[in-house]
Design a binder for this molecule. Structure first.
Ligand code: CMP
Length: 203
């Protein structure tokens, strides 16, 4: 039963589009659904890896920290996105930690099942490459933001990135705490608060 459900979920995941019934069957046998509460670490930076994950519901942050515990948020992932594939591809330790920002549901795919699909299906390999290229483009954009914009510009860029158009206006719908914005742009929470207050004074 769980196996059939997993197969039905995997069939809807864009990453695995193009797989035959038999390949989906094989993938489902190496997959399991998991639910986690808010604030749970799903993968830990520096640890060895056994699985990659597809986020079915909820949001999670990708974060790195230094030896003093200072943290930087590299990305916020949403439903339909995948993570944990990098260390499976290059057999290195986890490049970052992934932590839930709200209750989340995942599909965990074992290392063997994922690697076997990569080798068997050019469609899956292409989808993974597309995901990696998109991430590189976003990282390039982030480097530009950090190198060329002041803190005002960086806060504005984050708010724009997280906004969507509602009734002709850009609106940030999901909760975005100042502490999290600060960790995305390498500034202090106090500085982000100051910038946002000044921003409001100018509206
Ligand atoms: P892995 O290194 O296995 O574990 C941590 C995961 O975080 C990594 O695989 C990627 O899936 C994800 N990740 C690392 N860097 C980024 C980034 N800059 N943007 C989005 N996701 C990332």
């Amino acid at each position: 039963m769980a196996h059939e459900e997993n197969k039905a979920f995997l069939r809807r995941v864009p990453l695995f589009s193009g797989l035959s019934e038999q390949q989906l069957e094989q993938l489902a046998a190496g997959s399991a659904r998991r639910s986690f509460p808010k604030g749970r670490t799903i993968v830990s930076e520096g640890e060895p890896s056994q699985s990659m994950y597809i986020l079915l519901a909820g949001r999670a942050k990708v974060q790195r920290s230094d030896s003093e515990g200072k943290e930087v948020i590299l990305a916020v992932l949403g439903s339909g996105e995948f993570f944990g594939e990098m260390s499976l591809i290059d057999d290195s330790p986890r490049s970052a930690s992934v932590i839930t920002l709200e209750p989340c549901e995942f599909m965990a795919v074992s290392k063997d099942a994922f690697k076997s699909m990569l080798m068997q299906s050019p469609d899956v390999a292409m989808n993974v490459m597309r995901g990696l290229v998109r991430r590189l483009r976003e990282a390039d954009q982030k480097i530009e933001t950090l190198a060329l914009l002041d803190v005002y510009g960086r806060v504005a860029r984050v708010l724009l990135d997280f906004s969507e158009t509602v009734g002709g206006e850009r609106v940030v719908k999901n909760k975005l705490p100042r502490q999290e914005i600060a960790k995305m742009i390498g500034a202090s929470r106090e500085m982000v608060s100051r910038v946002m207050k000044i921003g409001r004074a100018h509206v």
